[in-house]
Design a protein around this ligand. Structure first.
Ligand SMILES: *[C@@H]1O[C@H](CO)[C@@H](O)[C@H](O)[C@H]1NC(C)=O
Ligand SMILES: *[C@@H]1O[C@H](CO)[C@@H](O)[C@H](O)[C@H]1NC(C)=O
Ligand SMILES: *[C@@H]1O[C@H](CO)[C@@H](O)[C@H](O)[C@H]1NC(C)=O
Ligand SMILES: *[C@@H]1O[C@H](CO)[C@@H](O)[C@H](O)[C@H]1NC(C)=O
Ligand SMILES: *[C@@H]1O[C@H](CO)[C@@H](O)[C@H](O)[C@H]1NC(C)=O
Length: 819
């Protein structure tokens, strides 16, 4: 019964012809040590619901099913389960100094203007009690009598977000289905059999072998097992977490028995009952709304017990079909908002995913369009599954870790990585996944970050730097070229402005979007300095470090470009935000006028990364992983639109090109991460360079994607880092469309705005011949469907909805549609 119902539901909820693809394997996912090909995060397929229940940061958010048949395990994660912060040290204060230290700035600035470079040593911090994101533990489900098995298959269906494992034992087929439900705040584990006899006995438990046993309690009750823990004994008391796995109503005829040691639950179904459903909920006592001075930055909410009891009891009172239906309605509303249809000329859909990926090489000029479409769909699945209203944003590992100390704390790095996580959100109808980002910035960054602005910079507004945890860590950490990065908020404001452009949601913009941007603009208004080194009268940042390399200096191109865009967003957005503060707008206009816009050309023809003359020896050709001085080209637009007048300025284009050539493929000795490669692909696409964009995309797959489609940081070796998974979709979108905003000067506040040009298919390779897109969002609140011919030239476009005036052209400049 249950199996039939599941298939029927899934079949009738597929939308149109364009269905998302699936990953599959004929081998169980295993949990070997990191440095092995059997490493969990290179073999298993993740699911999740991003969020944690109706209240802030509570509930089960993600799981990674794995293990040999009969010994199933699922790694569980909650977005707010972190060590560190006020739960680790009562002296914790987001890294801020005890008293203000901004008086050192004038000396720092004077020295830099005098000499060209200098040091921010007095402003650096230590990262004390920063903490790390960590795993909750494993749910364990052993299924009795599964020894020999055959016909094993596991798959992750990207159109439903359901992970399914099937195999046969003694003539019967056993199926386990796992998904995480956003509406019901639980992950659901369902096991069913086709056997006419009995469903084998199941034994349910929790384990966490990595933590001190004194900090953990695993118990069982009539219908559930429970894991409760705390991150440290204290004082201060650690963060509390709680998780319950409960047998659902449609399994209640089953006999359940709590074991003698009080830690596991056995479940035996009566003859005729063919399925058992288990719901898993979890929570912590983290509360982001308490991360401000009024609550003494406690980040502490009520104990999670009552919440976890409530959500698991509520979910367990529903039938499996009911839970499934609610999940599908929710998941598919997001998933089906966009589809990319690429050909599958070689029948790749029938081949195992890991085999397709291991055979994939950049050298094969056709790539494999099936793999490219699969990774694109996967990217959207991962975003839907890790970032939802009420959750924290997707971190460096999205939501999935099996460790206590994952690489870089699995935190929020905001000098490319956090941004990249959201590259595909607005354009593919997943704008709502960014609610998590807006709330995180407003509640977690702004309160402590306003203190940091005052203490380190004597500034209004707010600031954060490069590395952030979930406890308002806003000061600098160690090492100037990582830590000295106050440009993070300006870059993040692109996402805020873009979200307004794509959604046209002025109510949201007024109450949340615009105030965030205004705080960042206030900060920079108070920090810009007249360039005393060049004496050209322009306004520059001093001190600055370009992300992760080079000197501490002034006028870093990246900062100037991001501040340009931020100020422009204020002036373009003010009418929608009903800004009354004319003095503020005047100050922004005046500063924008004098602002150095962050574009210069090196002696060898590239974009200058620093304003310092080339004779100082920094702006040499480099294959460094970051492309910071090109953010105004892609993903931003202060170079590609505001200065470039819509890609007509060949001075800028050839400098971007020379820089991209020198930066190479993103595999320099300093690191071989996937994000560096998809970033390059996206920047090349904006030059209409199809061949190079496609090559860099293929190179990313060849070098960095493991057999389960997750991206690794060091070639195909761990650690897992999710940014390239998300950036992959951003790069594909950059090949599909150029949709840049006009500078505020060209606008008239809505009515009377001039017509914008949107270019479809700037870099579609021939290998994608005959493909199509449905549901592309464009600025101004529009939606467009389009398709292309054998040469990758878009031949048809249909504007389904548009409130703005646009001309839609293809790469040859031919008009396709107008609104
Ligand atoms: C002055 O600039 C030079 C060249 O950039 C640099 O090597 C040196 O460390 C700087 N001196 C100080 C005091 O910052
Ligand atoms: C989860 O299970 C795997 C595989 O058995 C094991 O290696 C790992 O240590 C477990 N994780 C925890 C947190 O106990
Ligand atoms: C698909 O088949 C074509 C024609 O046989 C071949 O050129 C191409 O390399 C194949 N691609 C893959 C991914 O196998
Ligand atoms: C191209 O842009 C640069 C930088 O803004 C500017 O100096 C130059 O005059 C522009 N060239 C043209 C032809 O507009
Ligand atoms: C890309 O193609 C479009 C449409 O023909 C054109 O307007 C634009 O200038 C081109 N961009 C570059 C960088 O060549």
């Amino acid at each position: 019964m249950a199996i039939i119902a599941l298939q029927a539901l899934v079949a009738c909820s597929a939308f149109g012809s364009a269905a998302a693809l699936s990953l599959w394997s004929s081998k169980p996912a295993t949990h070997a040590y990191r440095a092995s090909d059997d490493y969990l995060l290179k073999t298993a397929y993740p699911v999740g619901n991003g969020k944690l229940g109706g209240e802030y940061h509570r509930g089960t958010s993600a799981t990674i099913p794995h293990g040999p048949p009969g010994l199933d395990k699922a790694v569980l994660s909650i977005d707010s389960l972190w060590s560190g912060g006020p739960f680790q040290s009562s002296a914790y204060n987001g890294g801020n100094p005890e008293t203000d230290i901004h008086s050192s700035l004038s000396e720092i600035r004077a020295r830099i203007f005098d000499n060209g470079t200098g040091s921010v040593e007095p402003l650096l911090g230590t990262g004390e009690s920063y903490g790390a994101y960590r795993t909750l533990g494993n749910l364990t489900v052993s299924i009795d009598g599964v020894g020999e098995y055959a016909d094993y298959k596991r798959s992750l269906d990207l159109k439903t977000g359901i992970h399914t494992t099937t195999y046969s034992v003694a003539g019967a087929e056993l199926t386990t289905s796992v998904f995480c439900s956003y509406p019901d705040h639980v992950c659901v584990y369902h096991v069913s059999t086709t056997s006419k006899t009995l469903l084998p006995e199941l034994t349910l438990g929790f384990e966490n072998n990595l933590v001190d046993k004194d900090l953990l309690d695993v118990t069982c009750g009539d219908d559930h097992v429970r894991l409760q823990g705390v991150t440290q004994a204290g004082p201060p008391e650690g963060l509390k977490y709680d998780s319950i796995a409960r047998v659902a109503r449609d399994s209640r005829a089953a006999t359940t028995r709590c074991s003698e040691d009080g830690a596991t639950l056995s479940i035996s179904a009566p003859r005729g009952q063919k399925a058992v459903t288990i719901v898993v909920g979890a929570g912590t006592n983290f509360d982001q709304t308490k991360g401000n001075a009024e609550h003494d930055y406690s980040f502490k909410g009520p104990d999670p017990e009552a919440y976890v009891n409530k959500v698991t009891s509520a979910a367990a009172s529903k039938s499996y079909e009911h839970l499934l239906r609610a999940h599908l309605r929710d998941y598919q509303a997001l998933e089906s908002a966009f589809s990319l249809n690429l050909p599958d000329p070689n029948g790749s859909a029938d081949k195992e995913t890991a085999d397709l990926i291991s055979a994939y090489t950049a050298d094969r000029s056709t790539g494999d369009p099936f793999v490219e479409a699969l990774l694109f769909d996967y990217s959207r699945h991962l975003l839907i599954s890790s970032s939802r209203p009420g959750s924290l944003p997707a971190n460096l590992q999205g939501r999935w870790t099996e460790e206590l100390n994952p690489a870089w704390s699995a935190d929020y790095h905001a000098n490319i990585n956090l941004q990249m996580n959201y590259w595909a959100a607005d354009q593919t109808g997943l704008g709502s996944t960014q609610d998590a980002l807006w709330d995180y910035m407003e509640l977690n960054w702004v309160p402590r970050g306003s203190e940091t602005a005052r203490l380190l910079y004597d500034a209004n507004g707010w600031v954060v730097h490069n590395e952030m945890n979930i406890f308002g860590y806003t000061a600098m950490k160690e090492g100037a070229s990582w830590a000295n990065y106050p440009a993070a908020p300006a870059w993040m404001m692109q996402h805020v402005w873009d979200n307004f452009e794509y959604t046209q949601d002025s109510a949201w913009f007024r109450h949340q979007g615009y105030p965030l941007i205004k705080g960042v603009a206030e900060f920079w208004l108070s920090q810009l300095q007249e360039d005393a080194f060049s004496g050209d009268g322009s306004l520059v940042v001093n001190p600055c470090n370009s992300p992760e390399h080079g000197p501490t200096t002034f006028g870093c191109a990246h900062y100037q470009q991001e501040i340009h865009r931020t100020f422009d967003a204020i002036l373009a957005g003010a009418p929608y935000a009903r800004e009354k503060d004319e003095d503020f707008l005047d100050r922004v206009s005046a500063a924008l006028e004098k602002l150095d816009k962050g574009f210069g050309v090196t002696e060898w023809g590239g974009v200058k990364e620093w304003k310092l003359p080339d004779s100082h020896g920094y702006d040499v050709k480099s294959d460094h992983r970051h492309l910071s001085h090109l953010t105004g080209w892609y993903p931003g637009y202060s170079l590609s639109s505001y200065l470039d007048g819509y890609s007509t300025n060949t001075t800028i284009q050839s400098a971007v090109r020379a820089t991209l050539v020198s930066r190479g493929p993103g595999n320099a000795p300093d690191g071989n991460p996937g994000w560096a490669k998809v970033w390059r692909a996206a920047a090349w696409a904006r030059l209409n360079d199809t061949e190079r964009a496609h090559w860099h995309l293929r190179y990313a797959v060849e070098q960095n994607f493991a057999g389960n489609g997750l991206s690794m940081y060091s070639g195909r070796d761990e650690p897992f880092q999710i940014d390239a998974n998300f950036g992959f979709a951003g790069a594909v979108l950059s090949m599909l469309v150029v949709d840049l905003p006009l500078p505020h000067k060209a606008l008239a506040g809505g009515k009377g705005d001039p017509k914008r040009t949107v270019v479809l298919g700037p870099a579609i390779p021939e290998a994608w011949a005959g493909g199509s897109v449905e549901g592309l969002r464009i600025r101004g609140g529009g939606v467009v469907d389009f398709s292309w011919d054998a040469d990758g030239v878009v031949t048809e476009a249909r504007v389904k909805r548009s409130r703005a005036k646009v001309r839609i052209v293809n790469v040859k400049g031919e008009m396709l549609a107008e609104s």
